[in-house]
Design a protein around this ligand. Structure first.
Ligand SMILES: *[C@@H]1O[C@H](CO)[C@@H](O)[C@H](O)[C@H]1NC(C)=O
Ligand SMILES: *[C@@H]1O[C@H](CO)[C@@H](O)[C@H](O)[C@H]1NC(C)=O
Ligand SMILES: *[C@@H]1O[C@H](CO)[C@@H](O)[C@H](O)[C@H]1NC(C)=O
Ligand SMILES: *[C@@H]1O[C@H](CO)[C@@H](O)[C@H](O)[C@H]1NC(C)=O
Ligand SMILES: *[C@@H]1O[C@H](CO)[C@@H](O)[C@H](O)[C@H]1NC(C)=O
Ligand SMILES: *[C@@H]1O[C@H](CO)[C@@H](O)[C@H](O)[C@H]1NC(C)=O
Ligand SMILES: *[C@@H]1O[C@H](CO)[C@@H](O)[C@H](O)[C@H]1NC(C)=O
Length: 288
């Protein structure tokens, strides 16, 4: 029994050897040289055909692309805009006499602006030359850490929450912060001054919305806060913000406000994306 098994085992090995190389029939792995050559030829032609097909498709596709206007450029380079305090529906509504109705907005602003405290900015970031991009090439060192420019909280003055700790909410002259979302390697403004402006969405409502004041003046955003190099290398980056203070809002009225970016290379009227280069929100202050 045992012997028989051993024999059959040796037989199997022998069969295997013959399968791999059969010296009698000159077959390798069960096929003759010419058979293998045919298979090789088949695959050569087959893959050659696939490559040609792929190249042709690629070529046809590239014919439709304008080399000077990248097809998807605007999707990448229109920064979105957002406000603080941020609520689900971008609806800032509160009741002047009801402290609790605006207390949360103040807390959100406090949280957001903590990173902008002058002391923290001085510790983290450097003083930059206004009006110039803060370009920091890698100079051969991959992912070399980038320094960010100071944006001091005091720049927001009446909307800094420093002197007026309720950001005007208590007296019905609320502040809203407007910020641009970060876009890596984006040179916002194309080397020209830019600003954020806010107005009533409908012109006829401008009167009711009343006077608006911006901090920094004119809603300016300095070039020195660009480009942004990404979270990993630009660790202390604090994005520039603009504060809008509503000085004479009509009470008990829904004000629809739109803030938009005025910059040479930011389109703010994209119908498909209402957060591209602009942001719209509602503000309402109730008073008895
Ligand atoms: C930032 O400044 C505010 C107002 O002076 C202060 O209450 C807060 O504790 C400071 N936060 C940090 C993190 O320094
Ligand atoms: C920000 O505030 C700090 C501390 O007061 C000050 O040293 C620094 O010069 C200010 N930075 C700018 C850009 O004004
Ligand atoms: C980031 O800020 C910390 C202080 O909070 C500082 O020690 C560090 O050098 C800063 N990093 C860069 C890249 O500016
Ligand atoms: C706060 O008030 C003081 C005194 O009126 C003034 O000197 C300072 O500039 C104010 N700070 C801000 C951030 O508005
Ligand atoms: C804001 O920017 C626009 C476009 O760059 C410019 O026409 C306008 O004068 C600026 N407004 C202010 C108040 O600086
Ligand atoms: C505030 O607005 C009202 C009407 O909406 C107007 O009559 C009044 O003159 C304005 N006050 C100031 C200081 O602009
Ligand atoms: C505002 O709040 C007060 C106190 O809670 C309340 O009496 C009043 O009716 C509220 N006003 C409005 C317009 O909701």
């Amino acid at each position: 029994m045992n012997k028989k098994e051993k024999k059959s085992c040796g037989q199997v090995v022998q069969e295997w050897k013959e399968f791999v190389w059969n010296p009698r029939t000159h077959q390798f792995m069960g096929r003759t040289g010419s058979s293998w050559a045919l298979i090789l030829l088949f695959y050569l032609v087959f893959y050659g055909f696939l490559t040609a097909l792929f190249s042709l498709t690629m070529w046809v596709l590239l014919q439709t692309v304008d080399p000077f206007i990248p097809k998807y450029q605007d999707r990448l380079s229109i920064p979105g805009m957002m406000i603080r305090p941020k609520t689900e529906a971008l609806d800032i509504t509160y009741n002047l006499t009801d402290t609790e109705s605006w207390d949360n907005y103040v807390k959100m602003l406090n949280n957001f602006l903590e990173a902008y405290n002058d002391s923290r900015q001085a510790a983290m970031n450097k003083v930059c030359l206004p009006g110039h991009y803060n370009e920091q090439p890698d100079n051969g060192v991959l992912n070399y850490p980038k320094r960010a420019c100071q944006f001091n909280r005091t720049v927001l003055r009446d909307c800094s929450g420093l002197n007026d700790t309720t950001y005007g909410y208590q007296e019905g002259r609320p502040c809203i912060l407007v910020k641009m979302n970060r876009v890596i390697n984006f040179y916002a403004g194309a080397n020209q001054p830019m600003n954020i402006s806010c107005m009533a969405k409908k012109e006829e409502d401008a009167q009711k919305l009343g006077e608006i004041v911006m901090f920094p003046a004119n809603g300016n955003i300095d070039l020195m806060y660009f480009p942004y190099y990404g979270k990993k290398v630009h660790v202390n980056y604090t994005q520039p913000v603009v504060a809008v203070k509503f000085l004479n809002l009509t009470f008990n009225y829904d004000h629809h406000v739109e803030c938009k970016m005025n910059a040479a290379n930011i389109v703010a009227n994209d119908e498909r994306d209402k957060f591209a280069g602009r942001v719209a929100f509602k503000i309402r202050v109730d008073k008895d």
